[in-house]
Design a protein around this ligand. Sequence first.
Ligand code: SAH
Ligand code: SF4
Ligand code: F3S
Length: 439
Amino acid sequence: MKRFYLKTMGCQMNDHDSEVITGLLLSQGYVATDQVEDADLILYNTCCVRENPERKVYGHISAFRKLKEQNPQLVIGICGCMTQQKQELEKILLQLPHVDLIFGTHNIHRLPELLERAQNGERVVEVWEEGQYEEGQDFRDGLPVQRSHGLKAFVNVIYGCTNFCTYCIVPYVRGREHSRLPERILEDITSLAAEGYKEVTLLGQNVNAYGKDLSVDTSFSTLLREVNTIDGLARIRFTTSHPRDMGDDLISALADLDKVCEHLHLPVQAGSNTLLRRMNRGYTREYYLSLVEKVRKAVPGISLTTDLIVGFPGETDQDFRETLSLVQEVEFDSAFTFIYSPREGTPAARLPDQIPEELKKERIYELIELQNSISGKQMQKLVGTTQEVLIEGKSQDGIIGRTRTNRQVHLTGSEDLIGSLQEVEITEASTWSLQGRIL
Ligand code: SAH
Ligand code: SF4
Ligand code: F3S
């Protein structure tokens, strides 16, 4: 029996691709292991959105050289976004000579054949520049999927990105936007619900662009309305929404549809109009703030989360203060904060006035401190309220679930409740999680 060790980095697109990779490997007779030492195949599904995770890949994989010396049959593979960058691919080939198998984000379905060739001693490198698909289709359609959770499932609705934010590498490594046909998505979710899944997260780099590339007349809000009718399903989430494409129809869908959860991840990135323009985000601070107001009015109590970048080239102290003041003004429930990382091939990497590392760090600490205090305050507001909680699993000393607003709640109760929806009174709050009592 052959064993594989799969490491996944990056965003939910990669998490889901890894579920497909796992499905393919299981269908080839492999079994999973979490011990690299036991593996016949070590595979890294990589992310290149920032430099740090890339560096980790070189560190980890260099360390596997010894394993390869001990076991020449071992296959070491790298796939995912990193391999789609030409200069990075060359660097991998040169600096990691013991890597046997490399494929990209557009040809995961080729894994069984490529793996067999690698097992026979060939160094296999196959990266496609673009995906090959007909309208509404993708190579992932119909591939086996081994899901990592029994209650919650990721479902792709749109692949790729053509927004070209000036800092971002994703459009270069994931290809142009292409939506899946609505009937395919609905079919998938109907079978998931029949298998007992309670929650789906609809995935895309910009779900709000869903349908624009299809000749059928549809949109993301229409899709949500259709998914909402599927029996057995309790919760619908989606990520990520681009503020520029967030229309009134989507806000109404959030407000009207009972299964669509009251949580919106709406990356703002920066608070100053100068930076937003240079990032090519396509909206202003004022537009973003009015959007937040509209969403909160339509969906009271909605949880709002965001992504923020500090240290974008040319960011002045004043620009940074405007990010802080926006964060202060909106009071996000939580935020992912990132230090700008220049990505080769993107326009921002070529801009003058790159910000020194020290200053970027100072700024991110200040931002994190501010956001943490706001997150803590938002959590405290929930103490004493009643929330619908989906019980998702065991914790060390009880059970654990999530509110519709995607906050984790620790509870005492029997494991038999896993998979059920419970009314819960929130009794305690910390910055990151809640304690509650089942009513
Ligand atoms: N498509 C999604 C998220 C893509 S990547 C969106 O548009 O929101 C997730 C986050 O990584 C981005 O929102 C951004 O905040 C951050 N990011 C992307 N490129 C980056 C870079 N070069 N340096 C630092 N952070 C970056
Ligand atoms: Fe990157 Fe912008 Fe596309 Fe998001 S919308 S993936 S930040 S280019
Ligand atoms: Fe990273 Fe690729 Fe996602 S670069 S953020 S894993 S699309």
